[in-house]
Design a protein around this ligand. Sequence first.
Ligand code: C5P
Length: 225
Amino acid sequence: MGKPARPSFIVAVDGPAASGKGTIATRLAAELGLPVLDTGLLYRAVGVLMDRAGLSLDDEGAAAAAAATLSADLLSDPALRTRAAGELASRVAVHPRVRDALLEFQRTFARQDGGAVLDGRDIGTVICPEAPAKLFVTATPEVRAERRWKQLFAQGEEVSYEDVLADIRRRDARDGGRDAAPMKAAPDAALLETTEMTIEQAADAARRIVEAARVRWEALERDDR
Ligand code: C5P
């Protein structure tokens, strides 16, 4: 007999583009000693595959087929981090069959031995509604655009602040307005408004929220045994 599986402490970090959720998720994962999954990369990869193949982003069947072929190699491709890939991702993410094709992979990742940290738009609502720790990270569109603009500039992408702000507003509207798993805070998520915070302050606040959730979760796990 192998060792009994450790229960999964799942941390869901949702929020709009450039809210800081990726950095927060990475830091939480390092502190908790858990693996982290940036689920936005999955949608970015599908969008990039469709674009490279010259397929229409509105072709739900082709996009779902592309979602079934993702490889670890593709997920580490720097092309996924570009501004264009964010837009492609949001266009294919509206399709229910694409979301379905990516669901099992995300759930299996979340429920691994010990748990995991996942960041995205629908982790606390659809992928892992049972997650004992949920955060919804926000900031004003203007502040998020400034953060994203700096990031893109550091990556060598020359784009104006106004264009990045327009991207962010368009993506917020599409991600929040779609029928399939729209971006929204789970009713039991802790809201973390980071407009006036540095990333250090936001990461500290997130750590405190998750520590409190962990204490509650451990008490419940003990009661169940
Ligand atoms: O998080 P990131 O900005 O990389 O995500 C790119 C796009 O992928 C989002 O704008 C959204 O449309 C989609 N996405 C999603 N559900 C997730 C993660 C990302 O719909 N869990």
